[in-house]
Ligand binder design. Structure first.
Ligand code: C5P
Length: 224
């Protein structure tokens, strides 16, 4: 059976990752959350006090970073490792979310991570989500989805996610963080978030998770 690339792009906290993970399980493909790679780089930069405006420091830091994933068979849980350490929980915290879009706008960061993402998808048969997967990482992907949802619904979903992890953050702060990230992500010079011309647009504000997953799996099946 031919293997395809499923690229899912969209705004922060619109449910991309949850959908992508379940789609990957149904297709029996690995799933890569590229946002977690940008978050891991951000964590490293924060821990090592890297000056974002200093290209030499950025390059040096990037040469010290190794990001990998470990998938838990059965649960579909996918943990992110930074230089051998499991950082899955740390990279989801608000202090990382507050800086990640600034770090992601740095061209050298994008070049390094895009190259790694392209290597991971070389043999196809992969579901990848992010902001530039259908436009930059895999413009030749067989299925491209552009996902969005009402901004307030996205903030509520994110608040619930953080609450489940024990981080209590007010809805206004989350809303502001999402708005701030959307603005940087869509206006940066280097590969801004935008819908690929051949992407299927899904607004999932009023859709259940099952409905979203079914829809993407059906679209994928049509390509296989
Ligand atoms: O998907 P998530 O919200 O975890 O992504 C965190 C941030 O990483 C985004 O707000 C965006 O700035 C950046 N990102 C990106 N390109 C990607 C994935 C994420 O710039 N492919």
């Amino acid at each position: 059976m031919p293997k395809i690339i499923v690229a899912i792009d969209g705004y922060s906290s619109c449910g991309k990752s949850t959908t992508a993970k379940l789609v990957a399980q149904q297709l029996n493909y690995p799933y890569i959350d590229t946002g977690s790679m940008y978050r891991a780089v951000t964590l490293y930069f924060l821990q090592n006090h890297v000056t974002l405006s200093n290209p030499k420091e950025v390059e040096m830091a990037l040469s010290q970073i190794h990001i990998s994933f470990r998938m838990h068979v059965g649960t579909g849980k996918n943990d992110t490792y930074l230089n051998g350490l499991n950082v899955e929980e740390e990279i989801r915290k608000m202090y990382v979310s507050d800086k990640v879009s600034e770090v992601s706008a740095i061209p050298a960061v994008r070049h390094a991570l895009v190259a790694q993402q392209q290597r991971m998808g070389k043999t196809r048969g992969i579901v990848m989500d992010g902001r530039d997967i259908g436009t930059v990482v895999f413009p030749e992907a067989e299925l491209k989805i552009f996902m969005t949802a009402d901004p307030y619904i996205r903030a509520q979903r994110r608040q619930l996610e953080l609450m489940e992890k024990g981080e209590m953050i007010g809805i206004e702060k989350i809303f502001e963080n999402l708005k701030h990230r959307d603005l940087i992500d869509t206006t940066r010079a280097e590969s801004p978030l935008k819908q690929a011309a051949d992407a299927v647009y899904i607004d999932n504000s009023l859709m259940t998770l099952d409905e979203q997953v079914d829809m993407v799996v059906r679209l994928a099946d049509e390509q296989i």
